[in-house]
Ligand binder design. Structure first.
Ligand SMILES: *Cc1c(COP(=O)(O)O)cnc(C)c1O
Ligand code: SF4
Length: 335
């Protein structure tokens, strides 16, 4: 018998890794030896916000452990189907700040572009799980309108690539857009909010590094890492390459019940991020999106956690505890 070996993630392109991602709870249970999971049947029946787990992320989940903190971020929970008061489908009222398809302008100097309608991993707590991405998947003419919007507003000095997952877009389009933005004189920075270095670190390839290096703008990448186990060698190496290209690396996390809601996990996360050259930026309180209430932490508990963290580690390892409130001119920092 010839042993079949799975293709190595090291030789597979990011596009292939994304195409081959696990997309059903059953596949996920099978890959992790969890076929006997007590909720397997109910979870498999629930498909409103689909499962997406790429192989590099799967590899960091412990087999046979239904409580693994990475698994809990990607496995649907029957609790998602409960309607909870105070949680809704657009907790940040982003639809009010969406003047053009693909553009969210909520804060004075910076605009956010929703570049991709999908992600390389689907996180169950995601506040964008109900966002009307289909109405926000602009074509070329609409991107020209977005560029005109930015060009005509000199107060805008920073553009944020967001999504979905902005790095799920191919490099040819990203390079074109970044080049257009470089030509707008009042822009200073290009910021990329991405979970790709965690989900598929192979995304940090030559093509990506090329357009990033070519940009006149200062490039900041805000990685989205919630747990120290999410940082493996491939992710750390990808970050080192970006740093070599002059990219400033920051991290934002979401405070999640049962996943990272204790001081030792938060400190270990900050320590490992910093060792990889990534500065902790924000620790977000969960946005009150319907279907994610079971991840939420009370505000006073979150403040106690961050205060405790501050007594136990260096100031620059403590992220700002932040909350986004609809209608405010910035995020609110607590604690
Ligand atoms: C979070 C966010 C930003 C960036 O805010 P910072 O505090 O600068 O990180 C910009 N636009 C929108 C719509 C946001 O949600
Ligand atoms: S990668 Fe970000 S936008 Fe995509 S599902 Fe996860 S949290 Fe949401």
């Amino acid at each position: 018998m010839i042993a079949r070996t799975a293709p190595s993630v090291h030789t597979t392109s990011w596009q292939q890794l994304l195409r081959d991602a696990i997309r059903t709870p059953d596949e996920l249970f099978h890959a992790l030896g969890l076929e006997g999971h007590p909720m397997a049947e109910q979870i498999s029946a629930h498909q409103e916000f689909p499962v997406v787990v790429p192989a590099p992320y799967l590899a960091r989940i412990e087999r046979g452990n239904p409580e693994d903190p990475l698994l809990l971020q990607v496995l649907p929970d029957v609790a998602e189907m409960q309607l909870t008061e105070g949680y809704n489908s657009d907790p940040l009222s982003e639809r009010d700040a969406n003047p053009l398809p693909g553009l969210i302008h909520k804060y004075h100097n910076r605009v956010l572009l929703t570049l991709a309608s999908h992600c390389a991993i689907n996180c169950r707590y995601c506040f964008r799980r109900h966002f009307p991405y289909k109405e926000n998947a602009p074509g070329r003419q609409q991107w020209l309108d977005v560029l005109e919007y930015i060009r005509s507003r000199p107060e805008i000095d920073e553009v944020i690539y967001s999504g979905g997952e902005p790095l799920a877009v191919n490099d040819q389009r990203l390079a074109w857009l970044s080049q257009q933005l470089s030509g707008i004189p009042h822009l200073k920075r290009l910021r990329i909010h991405t979970r790709m270095p965690i989900a598929i670190p192979q995304r940090v390839n030559q093509e990506l590094r090329q357009w990033i290096s070519a940009s006149r703008l200062q490039v900041v990448m805000v990685i989205h890492c919630n747990h120290p186990n999410e940082l493996d060698t491939d992710t750390v190496n990808a970050c080192k390459l970006l740093q070599r290209d002059g990219v400033t690396l920051l991290n934002q996390s979401v405070l999640l019940r049962g996943i990272n809601d204790n001081v030792s996990t938060l400190i270990e996360l900050s320590e490992r991020l910093f060792a990889a050259g990534i500065s902790p930026y924000y620790l977000h309180l969960l946005d009150k999106v319907q279907g994610a209430a079971h991840f939420d932490i009370e505000r006073h508990q979150a403040i106690a956690l961050i205060d405790e963290m501050r007594t136990r580690c260096s100031g620059y390892l403590v992220p700002a505890l932040a909350q986004e409130n609809a209608g405010m001119k910035s995020k609110t920092v607590l604690g």
